[in-house]
Ligand binder design. Structure first.
Ligand SMILES: Cc1cc2nc3c(=O)[nH]c(=O)nc-3n(C[C@H](O)[C@H](O)[C@H](O)COP(=O)(O)OP(=O)(O)OC[C@H]3O[C@@H](n4cnc5c(N)ncnc54)[C@H](O)[C@@H]3O)c2cc1C
Length: 339
């Protein structure tokens, strides 16, 4: 059987490695647009205070994975799925290739969610969703430091990733202003008391936190960038980072006629509406209507799916008991996180 996996994030690679062990006779191919190797996405938000991050973030090279018997086609963007012919078409550079599958696993992860008002301001802001994003931000930071200035950032979004990135940039010595639309930080993960503690921790790091300050638009003012928010126009930023949530990558599945809601809809066996195609990770909307966009449940999905595809279990996937945790420097929540 030829199992084709789209995506080389935690979902795709954990699955491929487990399948390699459990299904030695199956052919495995991972198609991925990544070129750097398999890296730790959670480490992206701590990518400024550590000098060695660009090497430490790499968990395995694609060559190592190839040597273990997993076919990797890196730098390959999958463009379409033909469910009747059971093929996918991928583009690597200028070359298009058609690959046949017996089972197809969709693990394309998620993109950064960009609120509609910012979409036309494409060149003015950055996101932190992939290693390429981090490399771009680190280069921009290095250029600013070379000219002798302390970089000044505006971060839009006081959720988990926005708070983590703000704390890491401040730890690295930069000036940070954090704009959050709501009256408290990380309101989706923390109880009120912990949001208040988090605010104090960030303020003690020198971060200027603006609550009830939803960003409305971005502007270029000479060399500097400006944000218009509920509290007025503020200029003087060297960089704007938007951290306003994630968007499951559903486009391929949708174009192939699979059922899609917020994510790619799967049943309790992680099967999409086509039984030859399965999905997991940030892109999959599970039978309970939830998207388990965290490392621990995704790892469990991948390990379970390997067993299922190898015919070693017929029990459905059970979401594990887990709570997310923020990696904000110096912050510990006193109460359990919400999920
Ligand atoms: C900054 C940051 C910090 C985080 N911190 C934490 C944390 O501390 N704890 C935690 O539990 N979770 C954390 N998360 C969430 C966690 O990283 C994700 O839930 C997890 O990485 C999702 O894995 P995935 O394999 O589903 O998707 P991804 O990691 O997004 O991988 C999907 C891969 O598919 C590729 N791909 C997509 N479309 C195509 C296509 N058409 N063709 C070819 N390739 C394609 C993408 O390039 C990508 O490499 C964090 C996320 C971010 C962004």
């Amino acid at each position: 059987m030829h199992i084709v996996i789209i995506g080389s994030g935690m979902a795709g690679i954990t699955l491929a490695e487990a399948l390699r062990k459990q299904s030695p006779d199956d052919r495995l191919t991972v198609l991925t647009q990544e070129t750097h190797g398999y890296y730790s996405r959670p480490m992206l938000s701590h990518g400024f205070s550590r000098e060695d991050v660009e090497t430490k973030i790499l968990l395995k090279s694609f060559e190592e994975l190839e040597a273990s018997g997993i076919g990797i086609q890196s730098g390959t963007e999958v463009l379409s799925i033909d469910r009747t012919a059971k093929t996918v078409t991928g583009r690597q550079g200028r070359r298009e290739r058609v690959i046949t599958y017996d089972k197809l696993v969709l693990a394309p992860g998620s993109a950064a969610f960009i609120p509609p008002p910012f979409r036309s301001a494409g060149g003015l802001y950055r996101v932190i969703n992939s290693l390429d994003d981090l490399i771009g931000l680190r280069r921009q930071r290095a250029r600013l430091i070379e000219t002798g200035c302390t970089p000044r950032w505006a971060i839009v979004g006081g959720g988990l990733i926005g708070c983590e990135v703000a704390s890491d940039l401040a730890k690295a010595g930069d000036r940070v202003t954090l704009f959050h639309a709501l009256p408290r930080l990380m309101e989706r993960q923390l109880v009120e008391e912990d949001s208040a503690t988090l605010l104090k921790v960030l303020a003690a790091m020198g971060i200027d936190v603006r609550l009830d300050a939803g960003a409305e638009s971005f502007e270029q003012h000479g060399e500097k960038l400006a944000i218009r928010s509920a509290s007025g126009l503020e200029t003087g930023f060297d960089g704007l980072i938007v951290a306003t949530g994630f968007k499951p990558r559903t486009e391929l599945a949708q174009a192939a006629g699979l059922e899609v809601k917020r994510g790619i809809v799967v049943d309790e066996f992680l099967r999409t509406s086509d039984p030859a195609i399965l999905a997991l990770g940030d892109a999959a909307e599970c039978a309970d209507g939830r998207i388990y966009a965290y490392v621990m449940p995704i790892r469990q999905q991948a390990l379970w799916l390997a067993k299922y595809l190898a015919g070693q279990t017929s029990d459905p996937w059970q979401p594990p008991e887990f709570k997310p945790r923020a990696k904000v420097h110096g912050f510990t929540a006193a109460h359990p996180y919400l999920f």
